[in-house]
Design a protein around this ligand. Sequence first.
Ligand SMILES: Cc1cc2nc3c(=O)[nH]c(=O)nc-3n(C[C@H](O)[C@H](O)[C@H](O)COP(=O)(O)OP(=O)(O)OC[C@H]3O[C@@H](n4cnc5c(N)ncnc54)[C@H](O)[C@@H]3O)c2cc1C
Length: 268
Amino acid sequence: MKPRRFDYVRPDSADEAVAVLAEYGDAASVLAMLNLRLAEPAVLIDIASLKELDYIRVAGNMIEVGAAVTQNRLKDWPELAGKLPLLAAALPFVGHFQTRNKGTVCGSIAHADPSSEIPLVLATLGGEVVLRSHRGARVLAAADFQRGTLTTAREPDELIMAVRFPAQPTSRVAFREVARRHGDFAIIAVAACVEDGDTVRIGIGGVADRPAARRATIDRAAQAKDIFESLAFELKGYDDLHASARLRRDLLRRIGPVVVEEALRCAA
Ligand SMILES: Cc1cc2nc3c(=O)[nH]c(=O)nc-3n(C[C@H](O)[C@H](O)[C@H](O)COP(=O)(O)OP(=O)(O)OC[C@H]3O[C@@H](n4cnc5c(N)ncnc54)[C@H](O)[C@@H]3O)c2cc1C
């Protein structure tokens, strides 16, 4: 299939990328690396080679990842397992080696697939998205950024500059997903991270139109079952080509408590 004609812009700086977005708004599309061919923009702004956006840095208790960082570069970051163990557990499930070599961390956040692993981890940990346009910069909580399936709070003229993950002072994490084959988008995914004592951050992907994040104190195993029972009821699930809403709810009830138990069992 031949794409429609479009202009290709390779900016020299984030300022220039923001200026082109300001000029073309929703007629422009930011190309991070892969572009899944879901859009037919008039102008394509290629940010892949912007060195100023190619960084991973520790800023206070946040790990900030710039918009040009690929998923494999973050996966191979030597400090990842120590600072973001939940993300270290989830990243191997994101697509394949080849797609992670091209796909960016911020591109996955911008794409906002409800079963994507990176938005799920960002929501579970209570991370942030840094946006910039010609009108200025703003920072949104992950919970306010993703609004639904492939829908976010990003305005057409805004560039995602970076995402920020809160560092985790724990190694008590667990992540599991069910997919038809390894590397496929998850049918459902569950993340758990023990904060202190028995307080657990729980994240669920693939059941609602966006990742669901909850915090719960769990002091007996039966409690985890009750939590996922009511989450299955609350989140409902959805039907698509891969699974029915009912199967999604059933998987959540079965896998959720196992993931929480696994995180609680990890040595502190
Ligand atoms: C075969 C295959 C399997 C995959 N499996 C999985 C999987 O299991 N799990 C998963 O989570 N993902 C999966 N993906 C998706 C992939 O990993 C990427 O995360 C996704 O395609 C985004 O890629 P990208 O960074 O190249 O962004 P692009 O594809 O270039 O962009 C995606 C969207 O985000 C916008 N965008 C990108 N960056 C910015 C920015 N900085 N500011 C504003 N807007 C921006 C683009 O305009 C576009 O609308 C798969 C992809 C393929 C091709």
